[in-house]
Design a binder for this molecule. Sequence first.
Ligand code: F6P
Length: 364
Amino acid sequence: MEGQIKRIGVLTGGGDCPGLNAVIRAVVKTAIRRYNLEVIGIIDGFYGLVNDIMEPMTEEKVAGILHRGGTILGTTNRDNPFRYAVEKEGQLTFEDRSEQCIENLRRRGIDGLVVIGGDGSLSIGLEFHKKGIPVVGVPKTIDNDLSATDVTFGFDSAVTTATEALDRLHTTAESHHRIMILEVMGRYAGWIALYSGVAGGADVILIPEIPFDLAKVCDHIRARAEKGRKFSIVVIAEGAKEMGGEMVVQKMVAQSHDPVRLGGIGQSIGQKLEMCTGMETRVTVLGHVQRGGSPTAQDRILSTRYGSAAVDAVMEGKFGHMVALRTPKILAVPLQEAVGTAKQVNPDGQIVKAAKSVGISFGD
Ligand code: F6P
């Protein structure tokens, strides 16, 4: 495709996460240095594509952003061009604005589009690919729930933040002889809870993939207290649920690709644990702290590799593909394989097994 492609576009879609700027930087630098391309930054994700808000990217614009959290391009997890929310006479209605996007890309002379996003943004990218737009995806999300890649960038940073929170909760839990609950993000997958729980020495990890029995969690905490361990640390994923119970929904965001926003399970389990153990319990909801701030070294490296490989994939004509880590290599895999089915923790997998071996309860 070299020679045919002169100008590429790049956008960041969905919830932000550490490493986005590192990917943007790698895309811009690789495109300019390696392939002598022009790069157009699309502002605020698909919102900017619908409304034609774009600006040329230069090496100067991406200087000094490798370590910065967020995205210099801006993002939104609301604007789906195929189901674009429009308010008419006070009523929210949805319109297909995809042709408008295609026209904007054509008018701007964009020959390849790099979409940096999670399953929502990459599903939209796939729809555009089916309409003939040359799309290459980059797998982003703190949740690590995208299939077809070993890991998404942003995950390691979120785990590191959650682990640091657990280290801090440990000292105060021990001093006060309390149960400390940390609710972490992750949507329908328990990756952040599992990894941070193991790294942070949690006593209980509760994840969506393993519905829990509250009585077993209580027994585990009481048994620890009887052995003189008069505090316990519980990490709970926002999507965790009791056996026979439901996930706790915090709110619905109608315009979003996935309108469900989870949250609140920590508080309800905290009350129940206090009742059944008689131990004072406090709940911390880590929230968007997990999405903010600097990427870890590992995420900076992964993001740089992904960004650079995405431009290579565009130049090789691998449209409708996503760059993916298949350790130790970065490959291009069909977007279709990446979206649709969330990658979840295997309840019988090695990490869960190792965690159980060192005495962590999953409440099952
Ligand atoms: O997908 C990333 C994520 O942070 C999830 O872990 C969380 O459930 C959701 O986004 C929160 O979305 P919002 O930014 O709309 O509150």
